[in-house]
Design a protein. Structure first.
Lengths: 167, 759
């Protein structure tokens, strides 16, 4: 077995310096070494999106990234979406809209939707569907997920316009 | 209409939702224990072969490997006893072979050995060092080929089971089911329109996003603790006890959260392997399947061949139906062909019937239940032929169905009479729905409708309630929550006890903390576990009433309960929360219990209404608009009921348009989510739903299970829409672009040759 390599990761705002095997994926390191199992492995080859994390602001399949490639990067996992006890508007909308059934794909959808709303705060239904096409959900038929993302987008727009007014 | 209910019929946030949106809930692969080892299974590369020799010495010597096991480490199970496997039973010896082969392999991917090592990578490398010598045998790759007398036999000791006559020769036909009513020849003689079609469908996978996973800790006293994601903790316990030949009471199954199942997560594929490896090492062993293993070595949904002939009179009355159904069971007997025989033609009152169903083994993975197991291929066949009859007769397809639709008192094809059902109400709702009459514009567009029936299950559930000093209630159930059932169970309790939903905390129990529970399948949880909750609440109120009488200082007989308040006359009253808070003063803690069993079935009818556009150049079918209808009895949490309809519809759309196991000589060619194509958000429109509420005969509120029937009608609705868009009848699933394109080409060529002959 090859020797281990030091890697620095900033995950959900916390700094980690760890030794990883060169063949270990970012997903495996997040789940097994950093003990953040919120990111899930559904397929292991980038087809289902359950392992989605934000890496330097981009939604990425962590099962397709080696941990050594993530050296020095900033990672956000589903565990880092909420602000302490304050849910992210997407998390709140998913709950209110019943946009999850079994919940295994939910972390990946939240991350993917978050990356969309960062780029495009006012997406159309078609844009939401296009952006979420890399994430598979087998329970919901996507209807309530798409509605939840649109609802969260509206809530986030309302919040930011409130902030602008008060500023 | 104003609702009589305070909680039921509302849409609260599910109590277990927070752990799921924050990534905190633990699923099957999320068990991490100190000193844990990782298992990896070596699987057969051959669909059919004799195992001549296994040499594990190199793997055992590999650094980091702690234990290796093969079939020799498992008890020899020879019994044919039918073991409860959730939505089906399976012969004990065949069930054991799904966890580990012994001497022979029957499908590609069947386990032949396994390794436990200090990391997943070491385990994966070490299984590659195990040497297995096989003698490959010819593979049986198709149901109709398998039925031929000259076909290679999978099992030398398998004889066709049927009601009459004894088989002398072994066969790949495990069972022949026969149903009949009236006189079939007479029926067709009366018919003025006869349609006969053949249908071919393929195996499909449930496609749950979470692969099977289990972690097992063996203890020196012979006990096992199993953490696994399953639809039925008690069924896992029963099956593991059989496979490992040990008493059930020595196995504790702790269900984790579950990432989808749809019928496919009742079987302990990897847990027995982890158990054997844990016994060898004394350490906890985790086994998690890879996606390719899930496709090739778990139980998909059955495909097969159907020939269906139906006859009707000019007035639209269907007078005769004859069906030949052969379903692929995979390596061991047990396809859901019985359900196909029962559910396909039961929606219609047909005086003359003949149904022959065949359960056929092939060298494919052994099938398992998949949402309304067996219903969808037969539903496609029946609803296509019914639609064709409507076209032949020039009748509206809903009117034709209304003319023949079953109602309470009519009989299913097996002779059992229906209790309360809402099929006619459902058909009427479709007719009156704006989607049904909305104009459909453009070229190559069509609208199709299809219906489906599912008997639904009931079974046994146990529920306990206990009480907290702050006046709140804990609800302990044994039904795995696979899509929001904790919410509906807590809502029933809140309704009955007059509490706020936040005052009821639902929890799913392990197998040692609660009495027996059937699994989460057969659309049974909201119905049967709901009844157990309801009865537990009645049990609780009985006792709480006597406690209230003590606190109110009145005779118990004087106490009444409504809206969460115990009253004695006009002046004396106390809230249920205050009675609960003072249990210590009135006799101490107690636990309330509810058990359900022997409930009548609460059958479900559903329908799909589909608008499609066909691209004649490529054969690609696009869904433009979709409405899913269902008689749900009473929706406890309407949002999650809609979710079931939407999810079932989309699985049906996937089955209809793109999903299939593509086999060549017993090898699956597409064992990944890239090549096994499930619908994405981009492939679909919004899925509208329309809930019809015809109360069921038994149980509180008129609830019916809602999970399954919604997957039955979509392929038929799409096929009927394609016919109306481009004029061809699709008789294969999936209706993928090349298939639609080829059907269009054939139709065009036939038209050309007819025209030239005529010319």
């Amino acid at each position: 077995m090859a020797g281990k390599v030091p890697v620095r990761l900033c995950v959900n705002g916390s700094e980690y310096e760890i030794l990883v095997e060169p063949r270990q994926t970012l997903l495996e390191v997040l789940r097994e070494e950093i003990q953040l199992p919120g990111s899930k492995e559904g397929c292991g080859n980038g087809n289902c999106g359950a392992c989605s994390v934000m890496m330097d602001g981009l939604a990425s399949n962590s099962c397709l990234i080696l941990a050594v490639q993530a050296d020095g990067k900033e990672i956000t996992t589903v565990e880092g979406l909420a602000d302490g006890m304050q849910l992210h508007p997407l998390q709140q909308a998913f709950l209110e809209e019943a946009a999850l059934q079994c919940g295994i794909c939910t972390p990946g959808f939240l991350i993917a939707a978050n990356s969309l709303l960062k780029k495009n705060p006012d997406p159309s239904e078609a844009e939401v569907r296009h952006h979420l096409a890399g994430n598979l959900c087998r329970c919901t038929g996507y209807d309530k997920i798409v509605r939840a993302v649109l609802k969260a987008a509206a809530a986030m727009r309302a919040e930011s316009s409130k902030e602008e007014v008060s500023a | 209409m104003a609702s009589n209910y305070r909680v039921i019929g509302t849409r609260p946030i599910r109590p277990d939702g927070y752990g799921k949106v924050t990534g905190k809930d633990q699923y099957g692969a999320d068990t991490f224990l100190p000193g844990m080892l990782y298992a990896k299974v070596l699987r057969s590369p051959h669909p059919h072969a004799v195992i001549k020799r296994i040499d594990t010495s190199k793997a055992e010597a590999f650094p980091g490997v702690e234990a290796v096991c093969t079939g020799a480490d498992f008890p020899t199970v020879t019994s044919d006893e039918a073991i409860d496997s959730g939505e089906e039973t399976i012969s004990a010896r065949f069930m054991t072979a799904l966890s580990m082969a012994n001497h022979k392999v029957y499908y590609k991917g069947q386990p032949v050995a396994a390794v436990a090592a200090t990391s997943p990578a070491v385990a994966a490398e070490a299984v590659g060092l195990i040497e297995v010598e096989y003698e490959p045998l010819p593979a049986v790759d198709d149901v109709l080929d398998a039925m031929k007398p000259e076909a290679p036999l999978l099992h030398g000791d398998l004889y066709t089971e049927r009601l009459t006559g004894e088989e002398k020769r072994p066969s790949n036909i495990a069972k022949h089911i026969q149903q009949s009513r009236g006189e079939i020849e007479k029926g067709f003689a009366e018919a003025e329109v006869i349609v006969e079609r053949e249908f071919n469908t393929q195996m499909v996978h449930q496609g749950y996003i979470e692969p099977q996973a289990a972690t097992v800790q063996a203890s020196p006293d012979g006990r096992l603790t199993v953490w696994t994601s399953t639809q039925g903790a008690w069924q896992i316990r029963t099956q593991m006890a059989t496979i490992l030949d040990m008493p059930e009471g020595r196995i504790r199954v702790i269900p984790t959260e579950i990432g989808g199942g749809f019928g496919g997560k009742f079987t302990p594929y990897v847990a027995p392997v982890a158990a054997v490896l844990s016994r060898k090492t004394g350490r906890p062993v985790k086994a998690v399947m890879k996606r390719s293993e899930v496709f090739q070595a778990t139980g998909p949904g059955s495909g097969g061949y159907i020939r269906l002939k139906m006859g009707a009179k000019r007035d639209g009355s269907i007078v005769a139906a004859e069906a030949f159904i052969a379903y692929d069971a995979g390596a061991f007997p047990g396809s859901p062909v019985g359900a196909a025989c029962l559910t396909g033609l039961s929606p219609y009152t047909i005086p003359h019937l003949k149904i022959d169903g065949y359960d056929v083994v092939t060298n494919h993975p052994r099938v398992k239940a998949y949402r309304a197991p067996g219903g969808t291929p037969m539903g496609m066949a029946v609803e296509s032929v019914v639609d064709e009859i409507a076209v032949e007769l020039g009748m509206d397809p809903i009117d034709l169905r209304l003319k023949n639709a079953v109602g309470p008192g009519d009989r299913m094809t097996n002779g059992v009479a229906y209790n309360s059902i809402g099929f006619k109400e459902l058909l009427q709702a479709i007719k009156e729905h704006p989607h049904y009459t909305a104009p459909l514009e453009g070229e190559f567009v069509g609208r199709g409708v299809a219906c489906g029936f599912w008997t639904n299950g009931s079974g046994t559930s146990t529920v306990h309630l206990n009480f907290n000093p702050d006046g709140t209630v804990n609800l302990i159930e044994g039904s795995t929550d696979i899509g929001g059932s904790r919410a509906s169970m807590a809502m029933i309790a809140a309704e009955e006890l007059g509490l706020d939903l936040s005052e009821v905390r639902p929890q799913v129990s392990d197998t040692e903390s609660l009495g027996y529970n059937d699994g989460t399948g057969g659309s049974r949880v909201t119905y049967a576990t709901g009844v157990a909750v309801y009865r537990a609440c009645k049990d609780a109120l009985n006792e709480l009433k006597s406690r209230a009488a003590i606190l109110l200082e009145v005779d118990e007989a004087a106490v009444t309960f409504s809206g969460g308040i115990f009253r004695a006359g006009a002046a004396k009253e106390i809230r249920i929360q205050d009675v609960i808070k003072q249990l210590g003063k009135t006799g101490g803690p107690f636990e309330a219990r509810g058990v359900s069993g022997s409930l009548q079935r609460a059958p479900a009818f559903g329908a799909s209404l589909a608008d499609v556009k066909v691209d004649p150049e490529t054969g690609k079918v696009q869904i433009l608009r979709w409405t899913q209808f269902q008689d749900v009895g009473k929706a406890i949490h309407p949002a999650y009921v809609e979710g079931q309809l939407q999810g079932g519809a989309v699985q049906g759309i996937g089955w209809g348009l793109s999903e299939e196991y593509s086999f060549k000589d017993g090898h699956m060619l597409n064992p990944s989510f890239l090549d096994y194509r499930m619908p994405t958000a981009l492939d679909l429109p919004m899925i509208d739903t329309h809930l019809v509420e015809v109360p069921a005969s038994d149980g509180p509120y008129g609830v019916r299970g809602v999970g399954e029937v919604c997957i039955v009608p979509p392929p038929g609705a799409i096929a009927n829409a394609i016919y109306r868009a481009v004029g061809v009848r699709m008789t294969e699933l999936p209706m993928k672009p090349e298939c639609v394109w080829r059907t269009l080409q054939t139709a065009q060529q036939e038209q050309v040759s007819e025209t030239s002959q005529a010319g």
